[in-house]
Ligand binder design. Structure first.
Ligand code: 6R9
Length: 640
């Protein structure tokens, strides 16, 4: 059987294989002309005449620097001419019996103006940083757009972060304003957002002087006189023009949950980010006017910024905003929402796919998915097993799957197949998007040619690239441009096959070296989860007397199953079969769950420490979704 899965013959597509070849070649040979053309996807006040002006040594990056525009105008006002009555947002609440709220572009415009006026009434001015700590509701997207409208810089902090984490992010960018809600809802848990904002602001040395509170659940919350305002009290309908912004004016700051040190506030600017998200959305999701798009990411992450707020709305798309979680009230919730709103393009994370896969097919097949035509994944490597399930069961084998590799730092998709153009290879993200020049290098920075495995760098700039770390350009230079001088280093390991497809093997800090053989942890994990009883696996290194490093595997099983010595032996055999004896796991640790950040990323740092029997220095576990899991893991540690 070929490794490649052919896409279905499609009658409509934004990009054929020939189109891709020609456009990609031109994007490299003539990047300025190419991107100035694509810049025309946006409405400019002053159209740019300059393309990229950048250097990686020293690090200075600008795109379209003589252009002026406003991204809120582009996401909202611009569509009033021909799409005023088109649906922009369909809000699906946490509770399936709750009230669906649909906004046309005209209604979205009215709401954004009300929010922008409320921000002005609170004292927010052009250039001010505004921290958002919101549930996944319409007002979250509206607040981001309202900031963009008046030239304020939004910094969205995921609603699952603790008050401490929120305070750190408020202080780092010296934000004086917070937008929040009384409460959020996720599954059967209320999320006390306003209480957390109070804790962050009252117990830390912030300069916050205004807190705007959206009434969502109606929970009783304390309001501090002079500082806290109900959104409804400050909102007003009067005209609020879009502020003309330079292309290089800041649009937002977004903190990445750093594996080391304090979180980094990546800064994205207006023009380049707008062009990148508009263009990638159009091609990667093959967007057509009648599509109903749904990206399940929270606006607290870059995926929510680029493919909930900006990409879809810049393209005049109709999309679902979902407040809830995949397993409430049951594991069929995603597919029930797909059926209810006739979703045609669905974009989610591999961790969600694996979690739902383990619950069996019935939750999927109970719902009509005939509206779906395209599926996507993002956030971590997807193992071929989960890819195939997503493709075969969720997409009925009809829907192309785009496995999109990118980062907070890249602003939008960088590696993917295009749905109408390319065969797919389960487990491989695929090919570079227009203008992206990937390069694989070895540890010494030597460029590798052809089919190879190495560290993934990008050698030239692209419009959506982060410009700096807010307030710390040196750290930006150090983190991304100093390992390999003159190149952007992604910190991801990567393989390129003979067809030029890129497959991310995981962060390079996760590479295991067993007896001199390098192995991607994702590779071993992928082998483990091929076993029909395994739901998820996370593999880390531990010091090994003979081999240098040994392989320690944390394994979760499908619902209702228990680990045993026999099963451990089967799993070892499975890995030997898939990869080879060199990859044979040394230790298999059955666990009921894996430690994850609230965005669903497995926290390998913690798993490594436990595997190394070094629990004294577990570091910060406050971003864990379930902090009590750590003690259970330490107790269950497998030794010898
Ligand atoms: C968009 C987003 C970035 C890191 C990145 C990589 C991993 C993301 C991936 C993927 C394999 C994919 N990653 N997409 N790995 N295949 N399709 O997730 O941004 O939160 O900054 O994470 O996620 O390791 O370096 P961010």
């Amino acid at each position: 059987m070929s490794e490649f899965v052919q896409p279905p013959q499609s009658t409509v597509t934004n990009c054929t294989a020939q189109d891709y070849e020609a456009a990609y070649a031109r994007s490299l040979s003539d990047p300025d002309v190419f991107w100035l053309e694509h810049a025309q996807r946006l409405d400019w006040i002053t159209p740019p005449t300059k393309g990229g002006e950048w250097s990686y040594d020293p690090v200075e990056i600008a795109w379209f620097a003589d252009g002026t525009l406003n991204l809120c105008h582009n996401a909202v006002d611009r569509h009033l001419a021909d799409k005023a009555d088109k649906t922009a947002l369909i809000f699906e609440p946490n509770d399936p019996d709750g009230e669906v709220r649909t906004l046309t572009y005209a209604q979205l415009h009215a709401e954004v103006v009300r929010m922008a006026n409320a921000l002005k009434a609170m004292g927010v001015t052009r250039g001010a940083r505004v921290t958002l700590y919101m549930p996944m509701v319409v007002e979250g997207v509206v607040a981001m757009l309202a900031c963009a409208r008046i030239g304020a810089v939004h910094s969205v902090v995921f609603g699952g972060f603790s008050p401490e984490a929120l305070a750190g992010r408020i202080i780092d960018c010296d934000s004086e304003f917070v937008i929040t809600a009384d409460e959020g809802r996720r599954g059967n848990k209320p999320i006390p957002l306003k209480v957390s904002v109070d804790a962050a602001v009252d117990e830390h040395d912030t300069r916050v002087k205004g807190v705007l509170v959206v009434k969502h659940t109606g929970a009783d919350v304390a309001m501090k006189d002079g500082r806290d305002h109900w959104y409804a009290d400050l909102a007003s309908d009067g005209d609020c023009p879009c502020e003309p912004m330079n292309a290089e004016d800041p649009l937002f700051i977004l903190y990445t949950s750093g594996s080391t040190g304090k979180p980094k506030g990546l800064l994205h600017t207006t023009g380049g980010y707008g062009v990148w998200t508009a263009t990638t959305f159009h091609y990667v999701f093959d967007h057509q006017p009648d599509d109903i798009f749904w990206c399940s990411a929270d606006i607290g992450w870059i995926t929510g910024h680029s493919y909930v707020t900006y990409g879809p709305l810049l393209n005049g798309a109709s999309q679902v905003i979902f407040e809830g979680v995949p397993n409430y009230p049951d594991h069929g919730r995603f597919w029930q929402v797909v059926e209810k709103h006739k979703v045609s393009i669905f974009y989610t994370a591999p961790t969600a796919i694996r979690a739902l896969m383990r619950e069996g097919d019935d939750f999927v097949t109970a719902h009509d998915r005939s509206s779906l035509r395209l599926l996507g994944t993002v956030g971590e490597p997807i193992n071929p097993e989960a890819w195939r399930w997503y493709h075969r069961v969720v997409g009925e084998g009809r829907c192309p799957v785009v496995d999109t590799w990118w980062q907070t730092e890249t602003g939008g998709v960088m590696l993917t197949t295009l749905p109408g153009a390319h065969a797919m290879k389960p487990g491989s993200a695929g090919l570079p998007f227009f203008g992206v020049q990937p390069q694989l290098v070895d540890a010494e920075g030597q460029m590798l040619e052809g089919a190879a495995e190495g560290n993934l760098c990008i050698t030239s700039s692209w419009p959506g690239q982060a410009r700096t770390i807010y307030g710390d350009h040196d750290r930006f230079v150090q983190t991304y441009f100093s390992t390999y001088k003159g190149k952007y280093f992604t910190s991801d390991g990567c393989q390129r096959d003979a067809q030029g497809y890129y497959r991310i093997t995981g962060r390079v800090d996760d590479v295991i070296n067993v007896s001199g053989h390098r192995m991607g942890t994702a590779e071993v994990e992928s082998a483990l989860v091929l076993h029909p009883k395994v739901s998820e696996a996370a593999v880390v290194a531990f010091p090994h007397d003979i081999k240098g490093q040994g392989i320690y595997c944390y394994v979760t099983l499908n619902a209702g199953l228990e680990g045993s010595d026999d099963l451990a032996a089967e799993l070892r055999q499975q890995v030997r079969k898939e990869i080879g004896p060199v990859a044979t796991p040394d230790r298999i640790h059955f666990t009921d769950d894996l430690p994850k950040t609230r965005s669903g990323k497995i926290m390998r740092r913690i798993l490594r420490k436990i595997a190394e029997n070094d629990h004294g220095s577990l570091g910060d576990t406050s971003t864990l979704a379930d902090p009590s899991l750590v003690d259970r893991l330490i107790e269950g540690r497998v030794d010898g």
